[in-house]
Design a protein around this ligand. Sequence first.
Ligand code: NAP
Length: 684
Amino acid sequence: MTSKLGNLVLDEWVDGDGDGNTLISAVNGEPVARITSDGLDFADMLQHARNVGGANLRQLTFHERGEMLKALAQYLMEHKKEFYGLSTETGATRSDSWVDIEGGISTLFVFSSKARREMPNDHVYLDGPPEQLSKNGTFLGQHIYTPKLGAAVHINAFNFPCWGMLEKLGPALIAGVPAIVKPASSTAYLTELMVRRIHASGILPDGALQLICGSVGNLFDHLNCQDTIAFTGSKNTAEFLQEHPRVVSESVAFTAETDSLNSSILGPDALPGTPEFDLYIQEVTREMTAKAGQKCTAIRRIIAPASFAGELVEALAKSLGEIRIGNPASKDVDMGALASQGQRDEVRDRVNELSHQADIVYGGTDDFDVVDADAARGAFFMPTLLHCQRPLTSHAVHSVEAFGPVSTVLPYTNLDEAIELSRLGEGSLAGSIVTNDNAVARKLVLGTAAYHGRIVVINRHCAAESTGHGSPLPHLVHGGPGRAGGGEEMGGIRGVKHYMQRTAIQGSPQTLTAIGNRWIRGADQKDPGVHPFRKTFEQLEIGDTLVTDSREVTLEDIQHFADFTGDTFYAHTDEEAAAKNPFFEGRVAHGYLIVSFAAGLFVDPDFGPVLANYGVDDLRFAKPVNYGDTLRVRLACKQKTLRAGTGYGEVRWDAEVTNQDEEIVAQYDALTMVATNEQWASVQ
Ligand code: NAP
């Protein structure tokens, strides 16, 4: 008898009760493992996640969690060979497995890097700038994000047992929220192997990750408002779970990624013989056959100009005819098996349903060659292309999802019709448009974007580097409206925020500065004792402020700056012309002259802990500076971000340049890198 998959419960590997169900290889029908979660205490698991996992994760800053994710990704990369070995049993070819395994691991790398670049080295994430709520600026608002205090329950689909787990786990862990992962049963053995390696690595703190192989039992009965559910699977299951009384009564956050009848539109310009026509054939063939078509983002509807739909069908049939089906471990195979025999039967039924409204023009038969495998034992299915003559009135082609290598050609006669056909899918995860006409691209994007989570526009200029129609990327949102579940995952830091609570905080500038660790105008200005540029990263305090001497701007300065830089724009060089400009009364100082003079006023020139200036943010010139005006700068240490292990930290300074009447003429954030104590000591 094959062994039972483990459940990771309270940081221990636990077998479920009973024999459980047997999981079968997609390739040869042999048993791979048994699965059961019977007897687990799901309430205990939730408590452990909340009390132990959450508490441990919340002790770390966003950057520390990012470092943890990077270490985990590196560790998993070292073990990838094992994952590839087992992945074959799911029916995946080497390139299918690459997307699942290395694509999943790279998601962790991206979230790690984004967290360290785009989030503070802190426990609170500020959402936007402060909101002015009072006349004198003593009462402000600031939106903040803090981690939810519950568990993230991740329910995944069978098609990506690694990526499906990791794309949800990355954002949750960065947010500081522990996960309970429930993979789809049929391919759970691969997820279990990866979780075993994660657990053995010791990289995640206790309670950060638990695994349920099998049913989630009564877990939902114990959810509360701090928990989050991220679900991937069918629309029916999503609806069923969303209606759970506990989900409803506790308003448990629920993100669903569900079915999608994704479309790809071929532009009217992409005639046979153009590069775009060939790209389209390649893209559709790849989308139909990668992962044997078991991708939620795969192209199911091929929306193409009626005038050359016949040539398109011919070219697609020829291209699909070159796909070799069989044992995914074989180098001579392009497309492996579906995840199970049951899945194959399901796809066959759906093709039958579709065939009432569309003609099968390629495939749709059990009579095909299978390389290096027994066709009777593996879940093999021939790529199948259908052609619907009346797509506007055929409901099934827009609603029946055959979750395999199946797609239907839907001809259109004008762009409005193409848009209407695309919208008939009632919400999709991904769409694509293949055209070299940017006016067509704009019309189609504006016409279909409201029904899509992501749209890729492909032409000869970007095809070589394009990530393709069906690849969700950690940088971009993955999800879609309507039938696609109405959810959203990933999208960089947007995906992290799904696991956090946004709260509007109101108070004085000083209070909000203390809460957010970011200095706000109106908060206390501390006397640093010495010039702040003499202080190391650790010695600097938020609010340390320098008020400089003043300096007059002369007409000679303006002329000199114009000659020196070549910026002889009339407003700086021609008194008469400048006076005609509605904003000026005569020649004014260049904005960059103001910023340059400001730097001249605030820098401390001697060798010191400030290593470099790496830019400015939010630079605004609020008022013209005329010759004869006098400038002064107030520079306050606004935010500190330690770059662990580099010897420096980033320091953001709030710079305000005022004139002799104390009116603000320019304001911006000056960005510097400042040495740590250790680094500074080592170079002196
Ligand atoms: P499914 O039956 O809905 O299963 C999805 C997940 O839900 C599995 O982990 C399943 O576990 C679990 N589940 C089922 N019933 C449950 C219940 N009562 N309580 C808790 N969990 C439950 O979907 P499927 O047929 O396996 O997957 C194919 C579908 O997923 C396709 O329609 C496809 O379009 C969609 N999909 C969407 C995406 C996306 O990102 N939007 C990605 C991949 C797939 P068991 O396996 O143990 O039943």
